[in-house]
Design a protein around this ligand. Structure first.
Ligand code: HEC
Length: 126
């Protein structure tokens, strides 16, 4: 009996991990994320599936190195807002950005700091 419950729990875990496998580009990542995960880890878990592991975009979302996301065009508040509320398609043709689930305010601040650092390090695409 107990084994059965354990088995079902493990199956659920396997499925949620499989759902964020990079083999399935349609999956929005829902992998568990440590509350103290650093900005890079938050980015890879919550943003990379659409904005690209290297920030340069995918067929599901725009490059974060586009000049459109330069801080004077999209300030940090635009990031906070997009993560909490999603973003309707308006700059591109990728569709809407969904609300990002399972992310804390601290993780949001860390992921924004990570993206800003990477934008500075890699430079904007022109
Ligand atoms: C399921 C795909 C998807 C995921 C996951 C995703 N985004 Fe997006 N995001 C998009 C798309 C598509 C757009 C472009 C909307 C447009 O302007 O047409 C976008 C736009 C944005 C914008 C611009 C919003 C605006 O005001 O124009 C920001 C900032 C952004 N994303 C940050 C992030 C961050 C940070 C994460 C991770 C925490 C993330 N996104 C996760 C798809 C995604």
């Amino acid at each position: 009996m107990n084994m059965r419950i354990l088995g079902a729990g493990m199956l659920g875990l396997t499925l949620s991990v499989a759902a964020c496998s990079s083999d399935d580009p349609a999956a929005v990542p829902v992998a568990p994320l440590a509350s103290d995960a650093d900005g890079a880890a938050v980015y890879q878990a919550r943003c990379a599936s659409c904005h690209g592991e290297d920030l340069r975009g995918t067929d599901r979302g725009p490059s974060q190195l586009s000049i459109v996301y330069e801080p004077n065009h999209h300030g940090d508040n635009a990031y906070r807002f997009a993560i909490r509320n999603g973003a309707s398609q308006h700059h591109w043709n990728f569709g809407n950005m969904p609300v990002i689930e399972d992310i804390t305010d601290d993780q949001i601040e860390r992921v924004i700091a990570y993206i800003r650092d990477e934008q500075e390090r890699l430079g904007f695409e022109r």
